[in-house]
Design a protein around this ligand. Structure first.
Ligand code: NAG
Length: 502
């Protein structure tokens, strides 16, 4: 009898331990995948111990990102690995252009991409284009590609300019106080405002827009709160319920906007844009296609939120770095200012790309994005089957990714990569179109759809800023340390800047 009681108690305890383990380890399969990765030929390349038993190279990435990338190239310029198995799958990092070409430009149906490793991001992106793969991706891509064609973006220029003018006025008023500002934070406010203006415009009232802004800011902030990764802990150490509620409210705001647009309602002149993103997507949805795919309202909603989430921090970070380099290289600043002194990008009839109008500013933005890529890594591609890549057989389901920063600073790919030289991007933008060497917007078939929009936004906003203002770095003498804050690479301690009138 006693025996049976002991068995029962033992079984119960084991079950409890199992449950607790299961709710604390978000990625139970990770360990086995890691074993498979390390049982491949990869071992030979790992000449130096690359990982700590639990948090892998993640610690190194947080404390010394640049060193981490450099050391990886020493490991034979083949692969690096992030074996943080208990949270993420081990990621293989592609460092050679030919491998990237195979994996990122090759047949997309051989790979899938799931962003479940970043739980909050996955939740926010929903069924939108960043999350899906296969045929669903191809269909959504056709519609969104059409909606975000460069020629459609001229409708957004007045919204970019209006925000920029407002900001310049605020900065001018602030300049008198002599207090430094946190430029990154301010830039985030501008890009978020621009996103909401251009996405919904007058289909949402001022109050609704500001609600959307607050929710989005909260949600974006939570994407880097890693407590959400862990099933049980996310309810104890993070406010997961609040996160879900705010996301739900954002959903209903997008739905409201869609309904009002269909009924032709608006809320007066909230901003001057004539066609908003929402209109462009609705229009593109009605265009003909062979297979008759149409985007459902739910998918449209998730895409609107994905676009806002993807287009805010990245663009703000890129503009912040650009202004940092303009301060560091006064000669470059002088030339940019001269170019933009008498240019009115807002009322230009020219459709599409502004690069021909402000060539030097464009080169400076591109070179700044090369030095400090706004997008840290592209999400990994996972092959459905074991796959030969370079010298290595990559086990099925193991994600392969690239880090733009590493590629942009690889001396085998760029000449003197540590030097700031906007002229690299002259010559008809040849270097900027080489999508293996230059990846600030990701690369391969799935590079960022908002690329032209982000470029136009940066050109218009920065063109306004350099005319009237100069920023002076107000941080410590050691300067700035770039750190990986997924998905962007940001100055680790923010970007304190003094504002001066130019
Ligand atoms: C796309 O078109 C289909 C069919 O015309 C329609 O049912 C759907 O609501 C449209 N989606 C959006 C977001 O307008």
């Amino acid at each position: 009898m006693l025996e049976y009681i002991l068995y029962a108690v033992g079984g119960f305890v084991a079950l409890c331990i199992g449950l607790v383990m299961y709710s604390l380890v978000p990625n139970p399969m990770g360990y086995f995948r890691m074993r498979r990765v390390f049982n491949t030929k990869l071992q030979e390349y790992l000449k130096v111990p690359l990982w700590r038993p639990m948090d892998g190279s993640f610690h190194e990435m947080q404390t010394d990102l640049i060193g981490f990338f450099k050391r990886q190239l020493d490991y034979g310029n083949l692969f690096g690995v992030i074996p943080l198995w208990y949270v993420f799958d081990p990621n293989l990092i592609l460092t050679k252009p030919e491998d990237m070409k195979q994996v990122l430009f090759g047949d997309d149906l051989q790979y899938y991409r799931d962003n479940t490793c970043f739980y909050v991001m996955h939740m926010v992106l929903g069924k939108g284009i960043i999350n899906v793969g296969g045929m669903e991706w191809r269909n959504q891509h056709r519609i969104l590609y059409k909606a975000f064609a460069p020629d459609n973006l001229m409708y957004f220029r007045p919204a970019f300019a209006a925000r920029a003018r407002k900001m310049v006025d605020t900065f001018k008023a602030h300049a008198q106080s002599g207090e430094p500002i946190d430029l990154l934070k301010t830039m985030n406010e501008i890009t978020l405002g621009v996103m909401i203006d251009t996405a919904f415009g007058n289909t949402l009232s001022h109050e609704e827009q500001s609600e959307m802004r607050h929710h989005l800011m909260y949600v974006i902030k939570q994407t880097t709160n890693f407590v959400h990764q862990v099933p049980l802990l996310r309810y104890i150490f993070a406010d997961h319920t609040q996160l879900k509620r705010r996301l739900g409210e954002m959903h209903s705001l997008v739905e409201t906007s869609l309904i009002r647009r269909r009924e032709g309602k608006s809320f007066g002149e909230v901003c001057e844009v004539k066609r908003h993103m929402i209109d462009l997507i609705i229009e593109a949805n009605h265009s003909e296609s062979e297979d008759g795919y149409r985007m459902s309202d739910e998918v449209m909603r998730d895409n609107m939120i994905s676009l806002m989430a993807a287009g805010t921090e990245t663009t703000a970070t890129a503009m912040t770095w650009t202004l940092y380099f303009l301060d560091k290289y006064p000669e470059v600043y002088r030339k940019v200012r001269e170019e933009n002194m008498n240019i009115d990008l807002e009322h230009l009839a020219e459709p599409g790309d502004l690069t021909k109008i402000v060539p030097y500013l464009t080169q400076v933005i591109q070179e700044s994005m090369r030095m400090c890529s706004p997008l840290g890594n592209i999400p990994g591609r996972r092959p459905f089957k074991d796959m030969q890549v370079g010298d290595l057989v990559v086990p099925a389901h193991v994600p392969m990714l690239t880090f733009a920063h590493q590629i942009h600073h690889n001396p085998q790919i760029w000449d003197a990569p540590e030097e700031f030289r906007p002229e690299r991007f002259a010559k008809d933008g040849e270097a900027s179109r080489d999508r293996l060497r230059f990846q600030p917007f990701g690369t391969g078939r799935r590079y960022c759809l908002g690329k032209y929009m982000a470029m136009a936004e940066m050109q218009v906003v920065l063109s306004h800023m350099v005319r009237d203002l100069r920023f002076e770095y107000a941080g410590t003498a050691e300067g700035i340390t770039p750190a990986f804050r997924p998905p962007t690479i940001q100055p680790r301690d923010g970007m304190p800047m003094h504002i001066k009138l130019a």
